[in-house]
Design a protein around this ligand. Structure first.
Ligand SMILES: *Cc1c(COP(=O)(O)O)cnc(C)c1O
Length: 457
């Protein structure tokens, strides 16, 4: 076993936890493109956004100049219940792989919701409460965001209405019941409870739903209910801002031991964990102070970065949300239902999209059988049962470590381990039974969805 002066787990003291979130946009010379009003084609104003989102969150969404935004004391108090999260040196994995690479992972699965999503859920619930709202609505795909938001809402005494993508609602009854344990109201989407849900069901009978469709339903209910606003667990700038707590802690832990990563790897669904993990490192890169390789990993079945186009698109299927400029597959794109775990969104954070377009980061896609192979390997070696989403990052971290083994390079790899996979055992079961297949959309599939991008592009 390699022994070094670095512990298996690098913890921070409470006093070393970040007091502010870091807003990467402040250091970007070319800013991410603004959200547009789908009616007028003009940038959304704070007032327009305020009809859908909480006021303080709108201010954060639009702020691309303030680098540090203070974390309110109430949120820091909640963070202290489950943070700082450990940065783990994967000595066992290195040993097993026989690689000279040094591998670290930031583990965000150490809370009941089982993922990083709680970092933003608690912030969003706090601002909703502070505004005097009765409750919030949202959508959830695999269920982690809904779970995190349910926990956050129950902490602040807010009502929480969750539209859950139908195939997940059926495949993940335990997730659903965790949400209900925390007092949330969970509806399978598309549903008959909204106009857009009825319309989608009429056009696509028997559909298993999509995130874009659940978003439309949640927005419709928020806008139509007094004292409610809509909240979103990924994609938006405000979510990346809250998730910067991951990267700030990671950087503080590495700095304690004078470690400089060569590459930082994260899975990318809507981009929030990756945006949060890389934030302070990207900040250094943007300011010309340091350089890192940054790799986004996405499923081959939903490849927004690697096969999408950089264009304005609808964020939802019902086309009720603002338009965002992002790497997208088209809002009509619905990943194959045999795609097992998360990362199903058709688009990508506009901040990460701009950084990717400026070639400040890379992207790679991986197939789900390769992902589960890495997940199982990791579980057996490092003990943690990873979420399928997180395992996309594990796959590429292992691939890079194996490359170091060939070249003899002692690279330092940091990856984000976003959560645990206890509620994903149906997918693991399919993998074990050899029933998991790799559906990769054809160019024709992608062209069909792309044809429906808004005309303005
Ligand atoms: C939601 C989720 C993701 C992907 O979402 P991002 O916004 O891209 O971070 C990744 N891992 C886990 C465990 C998740 O719950």
């Amino acid at each position: 076993m390699k022994t070094e002066n670095i512990p298996y787990k690098i913890y921070l003291d409470e006093s070393e936890m970040p007091k502010s979130w870091y807003n990467m946009r402040a250091d970007m010379k070319k800013k991410p493109a603004p959200l547009l009003n789908p009616g007028t084609g003009k940038p959304m104003t704070a007032e327009e956004l305020g009809a859908v989102f909480c006021d303080e969150l709108v201010a954060q969404e639009l702020d691309d100049t303030t680098p540090f935004i203070e974390i309110p004391e109430e949120i820091r108090a909640f963070y202290k219940m489950y943070r700082p999260s450990p940065l783990v040196r994967a000595y066992c994995l290195e040993e097993k792989l026989g690689t000279p690479a040094k591998i670290y992972y930031k583990f965000e699965g150490n809370n009941t919701s089982g993922s990083h999503k709680l970092n933003s859920a608690i912030a969003q619930a706090y601002y909703a409460k502070k505004q005097g709202l009765k409750g919030v609505t949202t959508e959830t795909g695999a269920g982690q965001w809904g779970t995190a938001l349910s926990m956050a809402c129950s902490y602040f005494g807010l009502d929480c209405k969750v539209f859950m993508v139908k195939c997940s609602y059926e495949q993940k009854p335990f997730r659903r019941e965790v949400m209900r344990t925390y007092g949330a109201n969970v509806t399978p989407s598309p549903s008959e409870t909204t106009n857009i849900g009825k319309k989608i069901l009429a056009e696509h009978p028997g559909t298993t739903g999509s995130l874009g469709c659940a978003i439309s339903e949640a927005v419709e209910v928020a806008v139509g209910s007094e004292g409610y606003r809509y909240v979103l667990g990924s994609v938006l700038n405000q979510v990346l801002l809250h998730q910067s707590v991951i990267g700030l802690e990671t950087k503080a832990a590495l700095d304690k031991y004078g470690i400089k990563p060569d590459m930082i790897i994260g899975c990318a669904g809507g981009g929030s964990n990756l945006g949060g993990l890389i934030a302070p490192f990207m900040g250094e890169k943007l300011r010309g102070e340091a350089d890192y390789r940054i790799i986004a990993v996405e499923p081959a079945s939903c490849p927004s970065f690697t096969r999408g186009v950089y264009a304005y698109d609808f964020c939802d299927t019902g086309m009720v949300c603002p338009l965002a400029k992002m790497y997208t597959l088209g809002s009509d794109f619905i990943p194959s239902p045999n795609h097992a775990g998360g990362l199903r969104y058709h688009g990508m954070s506009s901040t990460l999209s701009e950084l990717y377009d400026q070639k400040l980061m890379e992207a790679r896609s991986v197939t789900q059988t390769d992902v589960f192979e890495a997940a199982e390997y990791f579980a057996r070696v490092e003990g943690i049962l990873p979420a399928p989403e997180s395992s996309h990052a594990i796959r590429v971290a292992i691939d890079e470590a194996l490359r170091c083994k060939e070249t003899g390079e002692e690279k330092t790899i940091v990856f984000g381990l976003t959560g645990t996979g206890y509620f994903d055992m149906v997918a693991y079961e399919k993998f074990h039974n050899g029933e998991m297949s790799d559906y990769i959309p054809t160019d024709e599939d992608l062209a069909a969805a792309r044809a429906k991008l808004p005309k303005m592009n």
